[in-house]
Ligand binder design. Structure first.
Ligand SMILES: *Cc1c(COP(=O)(O)O)cnc(C)c1O
Length: 448
């Protein structure tokens, strides 16, 4: 008997490790490694952890004394500690969060959590850099090359390309909508070379997303190529976005309740905040700020989710007509509309309103918003007007200079381009043209 127990030991160890299920629940539970390397589950669902670890009151009592990296490590250990040794997680966390995340007071009870101090100056650096390091951890000893496919409406491409740049054994293919991303965004993923290839697609972001999704579901293609996703659907990009909600909350003034407002497109960022709340973070309420693509707001108002083609706006990283992470929100709330609306409010802003907000906020407070942060700032301001006993922070997801043409035009001045962004602008653009037909994209992947 003893021998038998010893023999079964490895599988017993596996049983204790965290598993991940697909939101569609049509496939068996997955290991962390498989979930990270697959990105999207075979049943087209998004991976979720089977257990949500609880962080106790001791953790929250001392949170304000810790650095963002220390907080992130504790949260990462709670979630991934059964799969990855603490020393390795520490190096992944410190490698990913290699920059500051200041909380800046904009007015009385309204704060900006500036997530744009990373290499590409957008919040997606956090998730992309964490994912790149976790993928490297899981593929380090493998022979087959891994091809990361990314559909981007702007900032994902630059964050992922830069996160993976130079990582051995992994190539990155970026699909982006021709003419629909800003010059600076485009330069950040088309000028890198090395293991990064940019495809300029004749179509919208939804076309790009459809092409990538179809490739992941193509059995024959996947038998020949190891494809994986780095979109916000990937678990290892989605989860690290929870880290900075803990940090942001800890920096807020003590004594009153805290709400968080998130400029949302594909809803990965907001959903990570909801996950943090489930882990025990006492954020009282969340606010989802949309641009004209108000599919989620319509869901809050009507209990009906009706995806539709995206509309181009000046907050283009939020131009999403079928937000993927809606599936995760439904999963977290058991599709209970009343429970969702108890935790999340929604607002929407037209381009004209976004322009007014940027202009007014600059003249009244001196703070320069980017078009995405502007939606969140205004949604939070409106919410706080009606709920004036709480404090709130919004996630400022990009540096305004990433949208320089738009912001300059609105403010009537030329805002300075940080050195980090200028460096990209001087590179040589290298792209490959692509139609929006799946057959063409498939042929490209087969050949390369
Ligand atoms: C991607 C992005 C968003 C939207 O984030 P989601 O997680 O897709 O909701 C908001 N602002 C900026 C600047 C972005 O790049």
């Amino acid at each position: 008997m003893l021998q038998k127990n010893v023999y079964f030991c490895p599988s017993q160890l596996l049983i204790s490790k965290m598993k991940y299920y697909s939101t569609n629940k049509q496939v068996p539970l997955s290991t962390l490694k498989d979930a990270v390397l697959k990105g999207l589950a075979d049943d087209n669902g998004l991976y979720m952890p089977e257990r949500i670890p609880q962080l106790g009151s001791n953790f929250f009592a001392t949170l304000h004394t810790k650095t963002p990296q220390e907080i992130a490590l504790e949260v990462a250990v709670a979630l991934f500690g059964e799969d990855i040794a603490v020393a390795e997680l520490r190096s992944i966390v410190h490698g990913a969060l290699s920059f500051d995340i200041p909380l800046v007071k904009v007015s009385d009870n309204l704060y900006s959590l500036e997530l744009f101090h990373g290499p590409t100056m957008a919040f997606k650096d956090v998730g992309a850099r964490f994912l790149a390091r976790m993928m490297q951890h899981f593929t380090r000893n493998e022979r087959a090359e891994t091809n990361v496919l990314v559909a981007t409406s702007g900032d994902t491409g630059s964050a992922v390309a830069n996160g993976f740049l130079g990582i051995e054994g992994i190539t990155v293919t970026i699909l982006y909508p021709k003419g629909l991303v800003s010059k600076i965004q485009e330069a950040q993923f088309t000028t890198l070379g090395q293991n990064v290839c940019a495809l300029e697609v004749e179509g919208t972001f939804d076309d790009c997303q459809r092409l990538a999704k179809q490739a992941f579901l193509d059995k024959e293609l996947n038998a020949q190529r190891r494809l994986t996703s780095a979109n916000s659907i990937n678990l290892a990009r989605f989860i690290p976005q929870a880290f900075y909600y803990f940090w942001g909350w800890a920096q807020m003034p003590k004594g009153s309740e805290v709400v968080a407002c998130v400029p949302s497109g594909n809803f990965g960022n907001l959903t990570a905040g909801l996950l943090a709340k489930r882990m025990g973070l006492p954020i009282k309420h969340f606010i989802a700020a949309n641009n004209a693509n108000d599919i989620f707001l319509k869901y809050l108002q009507t209990a009906t989710f009706s995806p539709r083609p995206s509309i181009a706006t000046i907050a283009n990283a939020m131009d999403v007509g079928n937000p993927s992470n809606f599936a995760r929100i439904m999963d977290l709330y058991g599709s209970n509309h009343a429970n969702v609306t108890a935790d999340i409010s929604g607002y929407r802003y037209s381009d004209a309103q976004i322009r007014d907000v940027i202009k007014r906020t600059f003249s009244e407070t001196g703070y320069t918003l980017d078009p995405h942060g502007a939606c969140a700032y205004e949604a939070l301001r409106e919410y706080l007007k009606k709920n004036n006993t709480v404090n709130g922070f919004f996630l400022e997801t990009a540096h305004p200079a990433k949208f320089k043409e738009t912001v300059d035009d609105i403010l009537g001045t030329a805002i300075a381009i940080p050195q980090k962004l200028q460096a990209f602008m001087s590179g040589q653009k290298q792209t490959i043209g692509m139609s929006n037909r799946y057959e063409d994209f498939r042929e490209f992947l087969m050949k390369n």
